[in-house]
Design a protein around this ligand. Structure first.
Ligand SMILES: Cc1cc2nc3c(=O)[nH]c(=O)nc-3n(C[C@H](O)[C@H](O)[C@H](O)COP(=O)(O)OP(=O)(O)OC[C@H]3O[C@@H](n4cnc5c(N)ncnc54)[C@H](O)[C@@H]3O)c2cc1C
Length: 351
């Protein structure tokens, strides 16, 4: 199973199906398509599969997955990844799907912000509550330094070696990177708006040890203004809880204020929406545009419940709808995975 894009800025990748979103429902969609012999490319704006389960509550237990009395959210994603392995879906992670168009002959052109392009026979939108975006720092002029002084995600830790860093946030990402970089950066200062941290207590304790040992600093403060010299970021002023303003020199600000979902470009693709989600039928979970299906939290229909279980059912029926869309002449049979030789072959199960 490839977790990387195979083609960037070249010819569009020819795909049976492109699945937008690698949350639990997008992953299970790849499984249901695989059973029918249909391959899929899966695109997600996050750097790892799992959607809300991975991003929002990886360590929490889920109790309503059939036949699994209790299952950790990340465990569920890991199990789904294992289950879809025989079908070798190709992943394109860390890429938001930003363009979508139906071409005259009925196929779909899809493009990501990273420049990967697809020519797809059908599309499944499994975009959940939208693509997760980093919460921005919200001080004047911050946009101009985004990616170049102000970072919302660490892509290459090597570029931060020996640098003066100010890290904002109080959750696990902020603390994990603080601990990781304390030994590698020239200086690390952690800034959090409150005295209490949301991060794992062990990480907070370790950070406090580093502060006590004089190896880093920590402030209870809010960002106030950027300091720049000749157009280059030089630091940040912070306002402490006691009202004092401190000027912190910095080559980079690392901001970990969490993520928020944004429906984003999907709202502009001309598909019928109801309260910011996609209207589908309950036979095939097809949107208002033939060939474009929607499963999971992103869809709505009478009685819809935003549960993983519902998304799994939707994916099973959508797969049959997609098969009919791609191969209208083909007769459809319901086969059991227990007994079907062709499904065994696809699953790699010895008969
Ligand atoms: C705290 C919490 C606890 C929960 N507990 C339960 C529970 O016990 N049982 C249960 O059934 N449900 C539970 N849920 C709900 C469950 O997590 C959702 O129903 C489920 O995640 C929906 O899956 P999905 O695949 O539809 O979407 P998501 O999990 O939201 O995944 C969608 C993916 O699409 C990606 N995406 C969106 N737009 C784009 C784009 N334009 N380009 C590329 N990628 C895009 C996103 O980055 C995301 O990774 C819980 C939710 C939360 C927040």
């Amino acid at each position: 199973m490839s977790l990387n894009s195979s083609t960037i800025n070249g010819e569009p990748i020819a795909a049976d199906v492109v699945i937008v979103g690698a949350g639990p429902c997008g992953l299970f969609q790849a499984f249901e398509l695989g059973l029918l012999g249909i391959s899929a490319h899966i695109v997600d704006s996050l750097p790892a599969p799992g959607g809300q389960c991975t991003e929002l509550y990886p360590d929490k237990p889920i109790y309503d997955i059939p036949a699994l009395p209790v299952c950790g959210a990340q465990e569920l994603v890991d199990r789904l990844m294992q289950q879809i392995k025989p079908f070798k879906p190709q992943f394109h992670l860390g890429q938001e799907v930003v363009e979508f168009a139906r071409r005259d002959e009925g196929r779909f052109s899809i493009a990501t912000a990273a420049g990967t392009r697809f020519d797809a026979g059908a599309v499944v939108i499994a975009a959940g509550v939208g693509s997760f975006q980093a919460r921005r720092i919200g001080i004047e002029g911050a946009e101009q330094f985004e990616g170049n002084g102000i970072l919302y995600r660490v892509k290459d830790v090597g570029t931060l070696e020996g640098k003066r860093l100010v890290i904002f946030g109080g959750g696990d990402s902020a603390l994990d990177w603080t601990l990781e970089l304390a030994a590698r950066a020239r200086s690390v200062t952690l800034v959090h708006r409150r005295a209490e941290f949301r991060a794992a207590p062990a990480s907070v304790a370790r950070m406090k040890q580093l502060v006590a040992a004089g190896r880093m600093r920590c402030f209870e403060a809010l960002p106030q203004a950027l300091i720049s010299v000749d157009g280059t970021l030089a630091g940040v002023n912070i306002k402490a809880a006691d009202g004092a303003v401190h000027a912190l020199e910095a080559d980079h600000l690392l901001v970990f204020f969490g993520l928020h979902p944004k429906l984003g470009p999907i709202a502009e693709w001309g598909l019928e929406l109801e309260r910011k989600v996609l209207k589908v039928d309950t036979e095939k979970f097809q949107t208002s545009l033939p060939g474009v299906f929607a499963v999971g939290d992103i869809n709505t229909y009478p009685g819809k419940k935003k549960l993983i279980l519902s998304g799994f059912h939707e994916a099973a029926l959508a797969a049959f709808g997609i098969q009919h869309h791609l191969y209208p002449q083909k007769r459809q049979f319901l086969q059991y995975t227990t007994t079907s030789p062709i499904m065994h072959q696809r699953l790699g199960v010895p008969d």
